[in-house]
Structures are given as C-alpha cells and as structure tokens.
Design a protein around this ligand. Structure first.
Ligand code: NDP
Length: 447
C-alpha cells in the first residue's frame, strides 16, 4: 500500500522533533504536526524559560553577595516586563531554530492539530494523511485537582506570562515545579509560601538532600507548609483567600498548582486505532515504544515513564533508528541523572541512601560532606553545599551521588558518566581534585 508519509509525528516537542529529524535523515518521508509552538513544553513553558527565570531571580541574591566583594549595588531593581519580553524573544528565536532544523532535514511541518483516525491515518484540519508509521509525541499537561475555587489557580504554563510579580504567592505541590517556582518567586521578591500535603517534599529523592533543600529554602525566607492541604479558594477584594483543611485561612495574590502533569491524549483519537492506555491516560508501549496498534508508536511524557526532556530525546531517537536505520542502542533508564533548579540547586544520580539500604542492607557505606562554598565566604550568606556518596562496601561500587548547592547540576552530569562507566570508590580516590572547587569534595571524601 502507498502512504503519503513513511512517518507521521504528532507533536513537535523534544521527542517529536528529534525523532522526525533523525527519521528523515535516515531517508524516511516525514511530516510533523504541531498545533502550538515549535519545541513543545521544554522550549516554550518548561525547562528553558524556567531556567531563565531561575537566573533572573537569583540576581537579587547575587547583588547582595556582590556587596561582600566590594561592589556598590545600591538602587538595583527589576524591570519585570523587560525580563518577560527578553525571555519571549529568546523563545521565539528557539522556535525558529527548531523549525529550521526540521526544514533543513526535509521534514514537512504541518501547523495544525492532528487527530488519529485509523492505524495509518491522521486528520489535520480538513485534510487526511496516511502514514506507514505514526509517532505520538504529544507530551503532558499540568493537572489541577477539582476543589471549590480551583478555577482561581494557575499552572506553570501561565507562570511565564504573568503581568507582574505577585506580592503574596502560594505554590501547591512539593515536586520539581513547586520547589523551582517557590525559589523563583521568592528571588523575584514575592512573599512566598509552598504548601505540600505530606511531611517533607521532594518525595523519592535522597533524604539528606530533601532536608538540605528544606533548610536552605527556609533560610531564604520561603514559608514551607508541610502536612498542608488546601480546602477551598475564594476570590475576594483582598486577594485569593485560601482556606486550609488544617484550619487557617491566608490571602495570596497568585496561587500556582504544581501537582503533576498528565499525558496529553484528550481528543487525539487513539481509541479509534485500538491504542491501549493506562487509567491516567499514559499510552502503553512495549520496549520498542510500539503501542497495541502495530503501526503506532509513542515516546516522551505521553508514555509517562520518565518526564524529562533528555529521556524523550533518547526515546525518539531510538524509534527513528529502529524503524528506518540499522538498529540503535536501547534506551537505558538506569542511572538517569537529574537536577532540580531550586535555590540552591540539587542534583542526583543513582540510588538514594534509602534505596541502597533496601537493596543491599548493611552492605553500604555513606560518605558525606557539608561546607560553606568558597564563593560565599566574603559575604554574609550562610548557604551551604552538601555532597553525599552511597557506596556498596563489598564491591566498592558507587551506587549513588547526590549534591545540593551551587553548580550541582553541572557537577553531577560528570559524575553520571563515572557511574555509568561503573566507577568504584577507589576510582574517585585516585582521581586528583581541581582546587579550589566544590566538585573536588567528591574525590577527597575519606573514611
Ligand atoms: P511532580 O510529580 O514532580 O510533583 C507533584 C507534586 O504535587 C508532588 O509533591 C505531589 O505530592 C503533589 N500532588 C499531586 N497531586 C496532588 C493533589 N491532588 N493535591 C496536592 N498535592 C498533590 O510534578 P511536577 O508538576 O512538579 O512536575 C512534573 C514533572 O515534570 C516532574 O515529575 C519532572 O519529571 C518534570 N520536570 C522536570 C524538571 C527538571 O528536570 N528540573 C523541572 C520541572 C518539571 P506527593 O509527593 O504526595 O505525590
């Protein structure tokens, strides 16, 4: 049977763009449909603008630190509109780059919403296209739970386009987005509260790091409310009145819900092609990302395995090579490093102390360091840096490396390569440090 395309990709986000470009370079005839902006969540309302806002917000503290180094920084102030305009310009530039990458790779870009109408058929507006294979790379979207007054809250999507910095800001949720935006808004000068339903946020991360971030965020003046649950929100003249189940009522100017993201499958027509989905909408795929419909594949946040851009890139690349190339390395979900751009940031790779204990019992040893980073010694900042390494005693294998503090993300990326290569504690011990850095702590940790 003749098809219009070899490969029709739905969604030009991280996974979709990478997969369509590689497939085209491997000789396939490819189209990608995108109803919104090129680059998906990461480029438009995720990783990229978020990190720009983290930088922007950290200047407040940097100016303060600069004074310790002799700089006179009186009178600095933020022009929010200028920041947002500059951020928007950068994102537009990236949108153009993504489009250019696809065009140069001969991928046809269809600026429409695509709906699956059969195993090999997709509808975009009033046009129908056929394809040998379809890739669903539609990502995920923020989800707000139902409660009285939920219509008054916003999601991370809107955070990038606020008209002004709210005076009193509440974020609900203790995951990546909640912690990152609490830091951003606090840095930008908002009176910031984070509400989390359990006793300590960042569930799943190493306990020492969770406590470290809790202490540092508190030190920076963020009001952390644990065991805290919103019951209702009412809009009043004074602002958004938030009634907590625990009894108190507080008023804020903006409330962000960062309570997770769910697969973007609504109205996508996947049922018509017999694609199985989990109850939360996640598209179910096998180890080659094939769905229950043999001609339809899915990668990235929509399969809800690991919601991280570099993972979606790896998955998208795998499918393109698997379908149109010579075969390619499988996606290895082991030892995925990750960073939370809290302030200070935190990054990790490998097992937490808790996971290691569960797996190896008493056969583990934990190395630990906490110090004042050199950058801060001439300032009155009391921020610390924490490093932690979890080692299996019988094999000397490094199971996990965790860091909280300045440059953690940059440092842990390198550590991840070492762990991937099977580094043992003795490999760290015989590595010469770079002095003076925070990273050298990892090669000087001794019994
Ligand atoms: P997360 O899943 O990380 O966190 C969701 C948070 O909301 C958790 O603390 C969860 O609590 C809480 N929660 C969930 N449902 C409710 C509810 N009904 N009421 C109150 N609280 C609730 O999601 P995020 O939205 O923060 O981020 C989504 C994903 O995006 C992340 O998991 C991550 O993979 C990715 N991301 C990555 C970033 C990075 O790499 N730096 C940055 C931002 C996002 P509990 O712990 O009890 O489940």
């Amino acid at each position: 049977m003749e098809f219009d395309y070899d490969y029709f990709v739905i969604g030009a986000g991280s996974g979709g763009v990478r997969s369509s470009r590689i497939a085209s370079q491997l000789g396939a005839k490819v189209a990608v449909a995108e109803e919104a902006f090129m680059g998906g969540t990461c480029v438009n309302v995720g990783c990229v603008p978020k990190k720009l806002l983290v930088y922007a917000s950290h200047f407040m503290e940097d100016f303060h630190l600069a004074a310790g180094y002799g700089w006179n920084v009186d009178g600095v102030k933020l022009d929010w509109q200028k920041l947002i305009n500059n951020k928007n310009k950068e994102i537009e530039r990236l949108n153009g780059i993504y489009k250019g990458i696809l065009e140069r790779a001969n991928v046809e870009v269809i600026a429409e919403r695509a709906v699956v109408t059969g195993p090999n058929e997709v509808q975009c507006g009033d046009k129908k296209y056929t394809a040998k294979y379809i890739l669903v790379a539609t990502g995920a979207r923020p989800t707000i739970p139902e409660f009285p007054g939920s219509e008054h809250v916003i999601t991370s999507n809107e955070m990038f386009f606020l008209e002004e910095v709210p005076k009193r800001f509440l974020v609900v949720g203790g995951g990546y987005i909640g912690v990152e935006f609490a830091g951003i808004m606090n840095g930008l000068g908002a009176e910031t509260t984070l509400s989390y339903r359990r006793d300590l946020f960042l569930r799943g991360f190493d306990i020492s790091m969770r406590e470290f971030i809790r202490d540092e965020m508190t030190r920076k003046g963020i009001n952390l409310k644990f065991e805290s649950n919103v019951e209702s929100i009412t809009k009043t003249d004074a602002g958004l009145e938030v009634k907590y189940k625990e009894g108190e009522t507080e008023v804020y100017d903006q409330v962000l819900y960062a309570t997770g993201r769910h697969p973007n499958v609504q109205g996508l027509g996947l049922e018509t092609a017999g694609v199985d989905m989990a109850p939360n909408g996640a598209v179910l795929v096998d180890d080659k990302f094939k769905t229950s419909c043999p001609s339809i594949y899915a990668v990235g946040d929509v399969i809800n395995r690991v919601q991280l851009t570099p993972v979606a890139l790896a998955e998208g690349m795998f499918v393109a090579h698997d379908l149109f190339g010579e075969g390619f390395r499988e996606v290895d979900y082991n030892l995925i490093p990750t960073a939370i751009f809290s302030q200070p940031e935190m990054a990790t790779v490998g097992l937490t102390e808790g996971e290691a204990k569960e797996k190896f019992g008493e056969d583990i040893k934990v190395y630990f360091g906490s110090f004042r980073p050199m950058k801060l010694v001439l300032t009155d900042s009391e921020e610390r840096t924490m490093v932690k390494m979890v080692v299996r005693v019988s094999t000397n294998e490094v199971l996990g490396v965790h860091m909280g503090g300045i440059y953690s993300g940059e440092i842990i990326q390198g550590m991840a390569v070492a762990l991937k290569a099977g580094a043992k504690k003795e490999d760290f011990d015989r590595t010469i440090g770079i002095h003076p850095t925070s990273a050298e702590e990892f090669v000087t940790m001794r019994d």
